[in-house]
Design a protein around this ligand. Structure first.
Ligand SMILES: Nc1ncnc2c1ncn2[C@@H]1O[C@H](COP(=O)(O)OP(=O)(O)OP(=O)(O)O)[C@@H](O)[C@H]1O
Length: 289
């Protein structure tokens, strides 16, 4: 049976052995299919710990986690076949893809190896159409050699590798820091399109909010391991036309209709986007503007 939610979490608390306090405290979540969730919080707020728990990298002992209807720590979760898939289809999907900070340090990305060879070694031929789309979106030249690339180019190849096999749930733990504004915008637009065209959902923890104004369905604010704010983006959020609008000194504030009004801010992001768009003749629709 297809699970009702992409992710369901009940009363989840997690403490590292070495710590005296839990890093994640009594979290409850119900994340539907075909959605994009943002997780916002200060350094140490618990975002990575939560995403790793969802990916099955830490064992949840206190509370319940279901991803695609199954405990992510269970081996069953790896080889799951849904009712709407044949066994053959299931080899073409993985339940969860987690792309996080440790994943960024994989050693292969610094080796003297060609990009095409690298992509082929992880199934490029099998996922040809998707692979070619990712190569195009991330503006990768498959003739590149990995050890001669810039950090951002390496990251683009790495993202194409990580996203090659389709997933049901994508957990992105800030892996876009070294992408230029166009590569990031195209990637976000691709993920938006994915969640709109097949059964999947994305949870993205980030500190970079440029270009995200039209992206999420849900925004979670974590503080000291807890979810302290949870906004349904469509229902709860409104943008102000006024630059640096403030109420009680706040640039995001609640109005009389209980909506969070977000002030327009001065940002160089549109300028960088426009310049790089022009440099590479990128059509607006590819970057969601
Ligand atoms: N391996 C670990 N062992 C012990 N404590 C840890 C470990 N990893 C994280 N923590 C602690 O858990 C808390 C939450 O850390 P976490 O990495 O989840 O935060 P974060 O919100 O992702 O922060 P950042 O924005 O800096 O990535 C922090 O207090 C941190 O010190």
């Amino acid at each position: 049976m297809v699970s009702q939610f992409a992710i369901e979490v009940r009363n989840l608390t997690y403490k590292f052995k070495e710590s005296s306090d839990p890093s994640v405290v009594d979290i409850n979540l119900q994340i539907p299919w075909n959605t994009r969730s943002l997780v916002v919080g200060a350094n140490g707020a618990g975002k990575s710990t939560l995403l790793k728990l969802l990916s099955g990298k830490h064992l949840c002992l206190d509370g319940k986690i279901l991803v695609n209807g199954l405990d992510p720590f269970s081996p069953l979760s790896m080889n799951q076949v849904d009712d709407d898939e044949s066994v053959e289809d299931s080899t073409n999907y993985q339940t969860t893809t987690y792309l996080g900070t440790e994943w960024c340090h994989m050693s292969i990305i610094n080796r003297d190896i060609g990009v095409l060879e690298l992509l082929k070694s992880i199934g490029f031929d099998h996922f040809r159409e998707r692979g070619e789309r990712l190569v195009r979106i991330l503006d990768i030249d498959v003739r590149w050699r990995m050890h001669r690339l810039s950090d951002g180019q390496k990251r683009r190849v790495q993202l194409a590798m990580g996203l090659l096999k389709p997933w049901r749930v994508l957990l992105l733990d800030e892996v876009t820091v070294d992408l230029d504004v166009i590569a990031r915008a195209r990637l976000l637009e691709f993920l938006k399109w994915e969640t709109e065209t097949r059964r999947c959902s994305v949870v993205y923890a980030t500190h970079i909010f440029d270009g995200l104004a039209k992206w999420p369905n849900q925004v979670y604010h974590m503080k000291s391991g807890k979810i302290v704010d949870n906004l349904d983006y469509q229902k709860d959020v409104e943008f102000s036309e006024v630059v640096n609008a403030k109420v009680n000194g706040q640039v995001a504030f609640e109005n009389d209709n209980n909506k969070v009004v977000i002030s327009k801010v001065n940002s160089l992001h549109p300028l960088a986007l426009e310049w790089l768009k022009r440099d590479n003749q990128i059509p607006d629709k590819e970057i969601g503007i």
